[in-house]
Design a protein around this ligand. Sequence first.
Ligand code: COA
Length: 253
Amino acid sequence: MSEAGEIRVDDSAGVRRIVFARPEKKNAFTSAMYAAFAEALAGADEAADVRVVTLEGAGNCFTAGNDLMDFASQPPRDPASAPVFKLLHGLVAFSKPLIAIVDGPAIGIGSTMLLHCDFVYASDKSRFAFPFVNLALVPEAASSVLLSERVGPARAYEWLLGGDPIDPTEAERAGLVTKVLPQAELAAFARAKAELIATKPPEAVRLTKKLIRDPKREAATAAIHREAAVFTERLTSDEAKAQFMAFLSRGKK
Ligand code: COA
């Protein structure tokens, strides 16, 4: 659990529910939240009675991505020890089905973490964005490799170099999202799916995911290392700092 309970974890019917719960900041991730998220995920891999994990955000928002104040004031410097990188490697290694339940904005890592999820259910009010270039940053979470594989190179270039918001219909058509549902139906649908998968023979489920994911794991891990070296350097560049300050001081002139 993060210091202020901003990552909530609850287990029932074989499903671990991980909730990003910092709604007053659109569930933007702090270092403490990454650490708690990584711990909850690793714990789920260990726990025999957890068969499936779901990820969701509180307050009609998935997550606004990394906290931009954190990026400005205490950027992660060490790819070997910073909690965000621990989480990213944890996502690559995770051995059980991972289901994202996306309502509202899923920005930055909110969109790139979906590439590590096996099912992505999204509401008709969801919206996705990879705004790295707009922030003078570069892609992370292996998205420089995985996005192109998932949605094809043409869209990956457009999304990663353009940085514009993507609506749920386009995300579904491109293959980033498994299924779009009316907002009022999303939670129940995803929960039923998670509980159903939790009843299936766990070893067959684990081995199936392993067969699908293993051929990609080495490439994803190498991409995370490559991206991290550039990303951490970019975070302290003048152009990135100017973009963070522009966001943090918007509307305060
Ligand atoms: N880091 C830090 N604070 C953030 C944040 C982030 N990534 N995203 C939102 N917040 C904060 C806002 O500063 C605001 O705080 P305040 O009430 O103290 O001013 C609060 O969350 C609500 O955000 P707001 O922008 O007013 O909500 P909105 O509904 O108009 O817009 C978003 C929501 C997510 C579209 C918008 O906040 C946004 O674009 N956030 C930045 C996303 C981003 O670039 N992430 C980094 C990816 S690498």
